[in-house]
Design a protein around this ligand. Structure first.
Ligand SMILES: Nc1ncnc2c1ncn2[C@@H]1O[C@H](COP(=O)(O)OP(=O)(O)O)[C@@H](O)[C@H]1O
Length: 204
């Protein structure tokens, strides 16, 4: 593990409850495994994993206050819980000197997803949804799908997330819907994989 990864791991340990820290460990493990599988830089996947939830346990008011001081992509502030990604990316930049835009974007969009995600963004997005601690209908088939077809796995994660939000009567960030439509179109236009498509399921 690099010194920077170690620093971020310690920061996550300090900032998060035991339960959430275990989730973050699971995300790192899953993201690094996926990166290795797809021949992507494992070190970036690890950094993004340790960083992504650093502000996840901040109260909504603190996130909203912080978001006024920093640059946040448009629309995020309308759903305060989504701000934990952009806030963590800002911390990565100013407190830990992470300047890699791909790592920072993966962290910014790890909850919402977005259209045209980079491979690293997709990996963190999927890892957050399917790390070993996650349990919801369909999660096992998304886990398998992630190793054969990243885009289809992204689509299933987006749809699970949308279903979960609908069932709970929560607002849905428009970027998530736009991403779902794009990945739907994209995966429909690709030759079908043999991997089993999961049933609908909600992200916890
Ligand atoms: N695409 C989205 N649009 C709107 N709200 C969302 C979206 N994704 C997540 N949320 C909200 O943000 C909260 C935190 O999401 P997330 O970080 O994925 O949760 P978790 O604690 O399970 O990792 C969710 O419980 C939900 O209320």
């Amino acid at each position: 593990m690099t010194e920077l990864a170690l620093q971020l791991q310690r920061a996550a340990r300090k900032a998060l409850s035991d339960r959430r820290f275990r989730h973050v460990q699971g995300v790192v493990e899953t993201a690094v495994t996926l990166a290795r599988h797809y021949h992507l830089p494992e070190e970036k996947a690890e950094l993004a994993g340790w960083l992504h939830d650093l502000a996840r346990e901040w109260p909504a008011e603190r996130l909203a206050q912080e978001a006024e001081q920093i640059e946040v992509p448009s629309g995020f502030a309308t759903i305060p819980m989504l701000l934990h990604g952009p806030v963590a990316a800002h911390m990565g930049r100013v407190e830990y000197g992470i300047l890699d835009e791909d790592v920072l974007n993966a962290v910014i969009y790890h909850t919402s997803g977005r259209m045209a995600m980079s491979e690293l963004e997709k990996i963190l997005f999927i890892a957050d949804a399917v790390e070993p601690g996650r349990s919801y209908p369909g999660v096992d088939s998304i886990r398998q799908l992630a190793f054969s077809d990243l885009d289809s796995a992204v689509l299933r994660c987006l749809e699970s997330s949308i279903l979960y939000l609908l069932e709970r009567g929560e607002p849905i960030f428009p970027l998530t819907v736009m991403a779902r439509n794009e990945y739907l179109m994209y995966t429909n236009s690709k030759p079908k994989t043999t991997a089993a498509m999961p049933k609908q399921g909600a992200v916890e």
